[in-house]
Design a protein around this ligand. Structure first.
Ligand SMILES: [Zn+2]
Length: 313
């Protein structure tokens, strides 16, 4: 079967061609094909100045776009996944896969958690990282989200979660799926304590994560054109045997269907998150528990959006 094998060597394919510009200096926009200078992309928070395509960014980069500068204090950084199923995929064992992802991303797992302020409001924050095994949710991501919710409740902070994920992590099987129930149950507790949860969906926000905490926000905000859905379009098309409408599962489509509340450009995300948190901050008198004063000394110091500084009921 010689035609299945490449017997002649030295045939140059397009992929082997040397790039004409130094790597890393230019990035081709996946939206419009424009070659973009790295510094231009950084200035635009990794969105295309020509077509507004939002590039995927690591969790720490997104943190810089969202939280107030120097306000972040990382927590639960030491959590690492075990290998309870002794899972092995076609290429390597799960622990090796983890080590490789850790080396590539500098993260221990696919989420970054901690406390910070956004527009001066205290938040408990988790940002998922798509570059770590597709932002998949295993026991560590689930536990970080769970602890973020608990920290929000204990310290009367707003909860903010930024999703960037392909769903549950198959290498941990049922343990990954259990994270869906765990985080959803804790969010019910958060709701009882009258603290807000702002869910931010970036590209992609899908499957088990969307089917649990990501879709349970008091306000659900998506970045433009982010993929938001449960099963993939191909699977749905095969199952129902029909063509899907244009733009299916994109943020604009699910906004129209009422699944998300707002689509916000990344450059306005911090301002918009601040505005939303301000609303909850005022309506709960500084994230105060019912009948108690706000535990946050900043409550009376912060100027309100309309300049009125008095506590409101
Ligand atoms: Zn573009």
């Amino acid at each position: 079967m010689s035609w299945l094998k490449r017997e002649r060597r030295g045939i140059k394919s397009r992929g082997e061609r040397k790039p004409e510009v130094p790597e890393g200096l230019w990035t081709k926009c996946e939206g419009c094909g424009e070659a973009l200078f790295q510094t231009v992309l950084e200035e635009n928070l990794w969105t295309c100045p020509k077509c507004d395509h939002h590039f995927r960014v690591p969790a720490r980069t997104y943190l810089g776009f969202l939280a107030d500068p120097d306000s972040f204090e990382e927590r639960f950084a030491d959590l690492e996944a075990a290998d309870p199923l002794e899972f092995r995929d076609a290429k390597m064992r799960y622990p090796e896969r983890l080590r490789q992802a850790q080396k590539e991303t500098g993260m221990k797992d696919a989420a970054l958690s901690g406390v910070a302020t956004i527009g001066g409001k205290p938040v408990s924050l988790t940002i998922m990282d798509f570059f770590f095994m597709g932002g998949s949710m295993g026991s560590v991501v689930g536990e970080k989200v769970a602890r973020s919710i608990e920290a929000a409740i204990a310290e009367r902070r707003a909860l903010v979660i930024v999703s960037a994920t392909g769903g549950a992590r198959m290498q941990e099987g049922i343990l990954s799926l259990m994270q869906m129930a765990k985080t959803s149950a804790l969010l019910a507790r958060l709701q009882d304590t009258r603290l807000p949860f702002l869910s931010i969906l970036t590209d992609p926000s899908t499957a088990g994560v969307l089917a649990s905490f990501a879709s349970l926000g008091d306000v659900i905000v998506a970045e433009p054109k982010a993929l938001v859905g449960f099963a993939g379009a191909r699977v749905i098309r095969q199952t129902i045997g029909e063509d899907l409408p244009p733009g299916f599962q994109r943020a604009e489509f699910v906004l129209e269907k009422g699944f998300v509340d707002l689509i916000v450009h990344r450059k306005r995300m911090r301002d918009e998150a601040s505005r939303l948190l301000e609303f909850f901050w005022r309506s709960t008198r500084g994230f105060a528990a019912p009948g108690l004063p706000s535990p946050h000394p900043t409550y009376t110091d912060l100027p309100a959006v309309d300049g009125d500084n008095r506590p409101t009921r």
